[in-house]
Design a protein around this ligand. Structure first.
Ligand code: UFG
Length: 320
């Protein structure tokens, strides 16, 4: 059985669905602080908090857990700057709790949700995995710290792991059973769709004077179902004896904020109002990852890589 922490959240729920479709038994461990109970449509649900080691133990006692996918945590870059304590506690200390219980129960396979945020301001585009890790905010430092911890835990305790460094997760389950829902929402694509559906008056473009072709930031958007697939492949890779490693999960393609808005206008048929705004602190102009390594080693092939498919699946979910 596979334990999925944070399996009621956006990426975790998509991974849970895919694992079940592929014959795996899963248990989702989630405190529903940001996740949604109704996203846990597959496998078992164990309501619990990673802050409480006893609850984690109880879950490991109840289910025959063989491997862990660790999505649980908090994920707002801005909030991590104003409330770093919340981030170090949730994303580092709680991960230590999980690792302690894994050791107690002799579970030594872990897939960790890392992020491209570990790289900081990129020196090379597309970013390779061996790029220096110089995160520029507490959220990124938490991710890097957990990667460091895992390296030490592998050496000392044999915890075999894969760090998956996501670029910009986007889109929704093609069957529209689950999708993206954050409160508050800060991500570009759902906000653009909010403006399309009239839930918001407009979408702000954070910075129009970057050194990019149209002056707006470029990001590497990767479909959440493709991310889910990479988790499945990473699990199989470790199960088949693969060694601990880190992999970028991106498209290798970048799209600007304006391109996202333009594509959304075409797909929704709505005249989305876009208002130029000041830059958001800490936004690198361009973030694009090289996913060659995941493709070669994990045999990962993103399927929903064009912006149209990404936004279309998000729009179908959004309308629901
Ligand atoms: N943006 C806007 N207007 C908005 C929201 C976003 O112009 O209303 C822009 C941002 O400035 C950025 C791009 O759209 O250039 C994408 O922004 P998101 O907030 O959707 O995503 P980020 O690239 O900021 O964040 C993503 C992940 C984080 C991760 C981070 C690493 O969502 O979890 O990449 O930098 F930490």
């Amino acid at each position: 059985m596979i334990l999925i922490t944070g399996g009621a959240g956006y990426v975790g729920a998509h991974a849970n669905k895919l694992l079940n479709q592929n014959g795996y038994k899963t248990v989702v461990f989630d405190n529903l602080s940001t996740g949604h109970r109704e996203f846990v449509k597959w496998g078992e649900f164990f309501p619990g908090d990673l802050a409480d080691r006893e609850q984690i133990r109880h879950c490991f006692h109840t289910y025959p857990i063989e491997a862990v996918m660790h999505f649980g945590g908090v994920a707002y870059v801005g909030e991590s700057v104003t409330d770093p304590a919340k981030y170090y506690r949730n994303n580092v200390v709680n991960t230590l709790n999980l690792l302690d219980v894994m050791r107690e129960f002799h579970v030594s396979t872990l897939i960790f949700s890392s992020s491209c945020v570990v790289y900081g301001i990129p020196e090379i585009i597309p970013i390779p995995e061996n790029h220096p890790l110089r995160p520029i905010n507490p959220y990124g430092r938490c991710k890097r710290t957990v990667e460091d911890i895992l390296q030490d835990y592998e050496k000392a305790y044999g915890i075999r792991h894969v760090n998956l460094r996501y670029f910009n997760a986007a889109g929704a389950d093609p069957d529209a059973e689950i999708g993206e829902r954050h409160d508050p929402e800060t991500h570009l694509i759902p906000l653009v769709l909010d403006a399309a559906s009239g839930r918001k008056e407009d979408v702000k473009i954070f910075g129009t004077d970057y050194e990019t072709a149209d002056g707006t930031c470029i990001r590497d958007y990767i479909h959440v179902t493709d991310l889910a697939h990479a988790h499945l492949l990473a699990l199989q890779y470790l199960t088949n004896g693969g060694s601990s490693d880190s992999f970028n999960l991106g498209n290798g393609n970048g799209f600007s904020v304006r391109e996202v808005i333009e594509t959304a206008r075409r797909i929704t048929g709505k005249d989305i109002k876009a208002t130029p705004w000041e830059r958001r602190d800490g936004d690198p102009p361009v973030l694009i990852g090289s996913a060659e390594k995941a493709m070669n080693t994990l045999h990962w092939k993103p399927r929903y890589h064009d912006l149209t498919t990404l936004i279309r699946t998000a729009w179908t979910w959004h309308k629901k």
